[in-house]
Write a protein that binds this ligand. Structure first.
Ligand SMILES: NC(=O)c1ccc[n+]([C@@H]2O[C@H](COP(=O)([O-])OP(=O)(O)OC[C@H]3O[C@@H](n4cnc5c(N)ncnc54)[C@H](OP(=O)(O)O)[C@@H]3O)[C@@H](O)[C@H]2O)c1
Length: 331
């Protein structure tokens, strides 16, 4: 039994996280012991280790935020979920651990026998993609959306969710090798960011979409990438920033704000969890779980690691140009 613990924070995240022994506590009434099946390493987990995220747990802490597990032991007065049942771990428990103690009532049962790696990513990225498509602009079938970091976990879900809703996507990446895989995954247009053959992104987007009006831009990068996305949008459009992969402040030309009346908004799922009703959450998650369980929604996987290799896993997750998520799995 191992858990991935950190006692300090550092800009080199793999330096502070280590696999240590998980001492099984006595279960209290209403608690269950879970065996972790899969738990991804998200950029927010890395930023939590480096101390750069919006919420930081007190130290020492166990890394990881979301994942799926199997119930292996009941505490007193627990009748469900059954032993052997696959469940979604509540966020903020520390999911990079071979075993986790949780309140039985906080668990959401998932179907047994479905790929735990895909199910482990249900809680954060799919609702983020889904909500950004619905919360800011009233998109209609056939409308275009543009996003950068389009090969990211969120980006991959957004491509598929947009297609299911009848929207068309322009997907901006920073590597040419991603064009084919994203087109195969359902993207309508995939373009490499920056100036290519003397043409800036906005000119190439215009050519690829037949000068369509793009009312929604979705930015995970920040820095000058925000401005490049803003230039592709139509008058009165909304640009939503939800990530800062460049590590730089969003930059946007005043001309876009003044002459095109572009509105810049932010999205944070943690805030949505606080402000949405249980019914709204049930609706969003019900749809997402259904799509993931039936294989209609998925994200690419770069590598899997057991907890004992947490340092290597975090180092890999913190590096760019991956082919998908790094996921911690049961050994
Ligand atoms: N606001 C929210 O509620 C919320 C929720 C979920 C996620 N997020 C944020 O969304 C972003 C994506 O998360 P994810 O889990 O989908 O990420 P991910 O799967 O780990 O993918 C990371 C993405 O960022 C790109 N990238 C990395 N460094 C970059 C740079 N310097 N310039 C441009 N692109 C860069 C990568 O491109 P390459 O493959 O080319 O390296 C890849 O597309 C993160 O910033 C995350 O914190 C926010």
């Amino acid at each position: 039994m191992l858990k991935a613990e950190y006692k300090t924070r550092s800009l080199v995240p793999q330096d502070v996280i280590e696999a240590v022994s998980f001492e099984q506590p006595e279960l209290k009434e209403g608690q269950v012991l879970l065996e972790m099946l899969a738990a991804p390493i998200n950029p927010s987990d890395v930023l939590t280790l480096t101390g750069q995220y919006g919420i930081l747990p007190p130290l020492p802490a166990i890394g990881g935020n979301e994942g799926v597990a199997k119930v292996v032991e009941h505490g007193l007065n627990v009748s469900s979920p059954d032993i052997g049942q696959t469940v979604l771990i509540p966020i903020s428990l520390g999911s990079w651990s071979s075993h986790i103690v949780a309140d039985a009532k906080a668990l959401i049962s998932l179907p047994n026998g479905v790929d735990p790696i895909q199910m482990s990513m249900i809680t954060i990225n799919p609702p983020t993609a889904s909500l950004m498509l619905s919360e800011f602009v009233d998109l209609q079938k056939g409308d275009w959306v543009i996003q950068n970091a389009a090969n990211s976990g969120v980006g991959s879900y957004l491509i598929k969710l947009a297609k299911l809703r009848g929207f068309r996507t322009v997907n901006v990446v920073r590597r040419e090798s991603l064009i084919e895989p994203l087109l195969t995954a359902g993207a309508d247009v995939v373009l490499v960011d920056g100036i290519i053959d003397g043409l800036n992104l906005a000119k190439r987007v215009k050519a690829a979409t037949n000068s369509a009006d793009i009312k929604l831009g979705i930015d995970a990068v920040g820095g000058n990438a925000t401005d490049r996305l803003g230039e592709t949008l139509c008058d009165g459009a909304t640009l939503v920033n939800y990530g800062a992969m460049s590590g730089e402040p969003c930059s946007i030309a005043p001309t876009l704000i003044i002459f095109k009346d572009i509105t810049v908004r932010g999205f944070w799922l943690a805030k949505w969890f606080k402000t949405s009703t249980p019914e709204q959450q049930k609706e969003v998650f019900g749809t997402i779980i259904g799509l993931i369980v039936t294989g209609k929604l998925s994200a690419p996987i770069h590598a899997t690691y057991p907890i004992k290799d947490i340092k290597q896993a975090v180092a890999e997750a913190a590096s760019g140009k991956r082919n998908g998520k790094v996921v911690m799995v049961k050994e």
